[in-house]
Design a protein around this ligand. Structure first.
Ligand code: ACO
Length: 308
């Protein structure tokens, strides 16, 4: 399926919250957080709204793509933390950008939101009725974190990533495998206007197994093997989950992009931010085969394999 990433962008709030800052807020330590999660610091947005972050990331992606907002047919925004109950954050972004021809909708698939959005965008582009899609993953998880709960508050951060997708160009969506199991919702959820609640240990085990399965299935569907993959961009939830996944898939860590130490878990924003950083650093090149995978609340999980 033809799907080209014409431009990538990301935006992070300026405020850094380090593990040492957290030591002053809850009973934790830099040593515990680093060894159990790989996180050293995260970004927290006090002043910028979700729309502000999404707008900055989208503008960068559009500028890099050389595409004007009026050329966008659809805006898909994946988030758990919209600015309003309704309308969709994608509509607020559409207005801010002046994307006057675009229809706009949010999707709620937690940390898998970007991969769910990619599958939907792929379908819209394949229909031929939609030529260009702006796909955004954006979160202000700091709004739904209980800052007195050390078991969750050390894990999450804020940020946004955006990509401009087109059916024209060299890129391809080689395969995509998405799953959900709502019977497991209580492992990770937030009540309406409530805080994130998580059974971390259970989720850890499910995440490694489930992501490995969908990665293998995505490779199989595309007729490729692990050796054909140039770069893996996993959802950044925990360095130990990423390492265990790499081990299961027989993947050297040199092929796996990691930035969790800087941003923590930014849910739907984590994969597009990582893709964009990898591209800026020259670790992601045109023509590369890239495997992305995520697991999150729902439970939802999936893998997407692209030729970039
Ligand atoms: N600082 C110090 N001690 C802590 C902290 C902390 N921040 N948090 C927990 N502890 C303590 C616990 O109380 C426990 O103490 P006890 O043994 O006296 O009871 C001990 O550390 C061990 O706790 P565990 O929960 O067993 O620690 P674990 O090694 O499982 O790591 C973690 C916890 C990091 C949450 C891990 O389980 C994990 O990453 N899980 C998966 C998270 C994930 O994948 N999320 C993705 C989806 S997110 C989304 O969709 C929005």
């Amino acid at each position: 399926m033809g799907i080209s990433f014409l431009g990538l962008g990301y935006a992070l709030p300026a405020q850094v919250l380090s593990n040492f800052d957290l030591e002053k807020m809850v009973d934790t330590s830099d040593e515990w957080i680093t060894t159990r999660t790989g996180i050293k610091e995260r970004r927290i947005s006090k002043e910028e709204s979700l729309t502000d972050l999404s707008y900055r990331a989208s503008l960068q992606a559009l500028n890099r793509a050389g595409v004007s907002p009026e050329e966008i047919d659809a805006i898909i925004l994946a988030t758990l933390t919209p600015d309003l109950g309704f309308p969709a954050s994608a509509c607020l972004l559409q207005a801010r950008l002046g994307a006057n021809r675009a229809y706009a909708l949010d999707i709620s698939a937690a940390c898998s939101g970007f991969l769910y959005g990619l599958e939907l965008a792929g379908g819209l582009l394949a229909s031929g009725r939609t030529k260009k899609v702006l796909l955004v993953g954006a979160e202000r998880l700091s709004q739904i974190v209980d800052w007195t709960d050390r078991s969750t508050c050390v894990l999450f951060g804020d940020g946004a990533g955006a990509v401009v997708l087109s059916s024209e160009g060299e890129g391809e969506l080689l395969s995509s495998v998405l799953r959900s199991d709502g019977s497991l919702w209580e492992i990770l959820y937030a009540e309406r206007c409530g805080y994130i609640k998580m059974k971390g240990k259970e989720l850890f085990k499910i995440a490694v197994r489930a992501m490995a399965e969908v990665c293998e299935e995505a490779l199989q569907k595309a007729g490729l093997s692990v050796e054909d993959v140039d770069l893996v961009v996993p959802h950044q939830a925990n360095i130990r989950i990423i390492q265990a996944l790499a081990e299961r898939l027989n993947l050297p860590m040199e092929k796996v992009y990691v930035n969790i130490h800087k941003y923590g878990n930014t849910s739907a924003a984590s994969i597009p931010i990582a893709l964009c950083e990898a591209y800026e650093e020259g670790k992601l090149k045109r023509g590369d085969v890239v495997l992305m995978t995520a697991m999150g609340g729902g439970l939802t999980w999936g893998a997407g394999l692209i030729r970039f």
